[in-house]
Design a binder for this molecule. Sequence first.
Ligand SMILES: NC(=O)c1ccc[n+]([C@@H]2O[C@H](COP(=O)([O-])OP(=O)(O)OC[C@H]3O[C@@H](n4cnc5c(N)ncnc54)[C@H](O)[C@@H]3O)[C@@H](O)[C@H]2O)c1
Length: 280
Amino acid sequence: MINNICVAGAGTMGSGIALCAAQNGFDVILFDLNSQVLEKAISSIEKNLTSLLEKNKISVAEKESIFNRIKFTADIHSCKASLIIEAIVEKMTVKTELFNQLAMINSTETIFASNTSSLSIDELQKNIPNPERVAGMHFFNPAQIMKLVEVVKASKTDDHVIEKIVSVCKQLQKTPVVCIDAPGFIVNRVARHYYLEAMRLVEKGIAPIETVDTVMEASGFKMGPFKLMDLIGNDINLAVTQSLYDAFNHETRFQPSDLQINKVKAGELGRKSGKGFYEY
Ligand SMILES: NC(=O)c1ccc[n+]([C@@H]2O[C@H](COP(=O)([O-])OP(=O)(O)OC[C@H]3O[C@@H](n4cnc5c(N)ncnc54)[C@H](O)[C@@H]3O)[C@@H](O)[C@H]2O)c1
């Protein structure tokens, strides 16, 4: 039975996952090494709850109890839970090291879920004690709103772990889809071309950024590719592209675009840094 959740990483995704879990009755520990990020997460969660209150979706008492269910911490020793969802930087070595530290202070029954967009869960399992409790739990941005969660079963993941994660997703009012471990899982593999082809059009001078976004939105997509990349974060999106490019032996269809590489080099990461393809 999962009753408390630790979310590691309080950035774009972690803060949304923590809010969603608290809204659905879980006790939550939200952990980040960076205290400034934690401060930002506190104010963004507070802002989200205020907006729900103003829309009469929650009462003052509910707002308070949801907020009080989240414990914000920069101390890894507080990260004890029956389910840990990591949403830290998209780097295998860093994620592996974090799970090893967490393994030392948690029971062998604690489920380790990674919100990675593109790293292999099979690879991740290789260097973590009790790999049968490791799986993918891939939320979408903004995590407190988007319904889909890809639940990724790797070669060593126990069936009962997948069952428990699916059940948690349902408690979070999400739509879980179980998929096997493959580069980019399902959504990110298909969506890669939404971003890459859009950047190729702009690089070749066929259409400007604003036109591509307007056209795609007018054709039914909720967000144009450039607005979506700014929401995701250009650093995260580039890491995903690079990861798929490597996994597919540098097939040109997955080759990162200079446009995104230059955005990352310039620190223009999107909404989170105030500037990306657009200014915020
Ligand atoms: N941004 C998206 O749209 C999106 C969507 C789905 C999945 N993801 C995945 O979620 C993960 C996080 O992405 P994000 O966009 O939230 O990133 P982000 O840059 O907004 O946040 C990452 C956070 O992790 C923290 N961190 C780094 N190392 C840490 C450690 N060892 N311990 C604790 N905290 C640490 C950083 O301080 C930072 O606050 C990535 O794996 C990414 O691929 C992102």
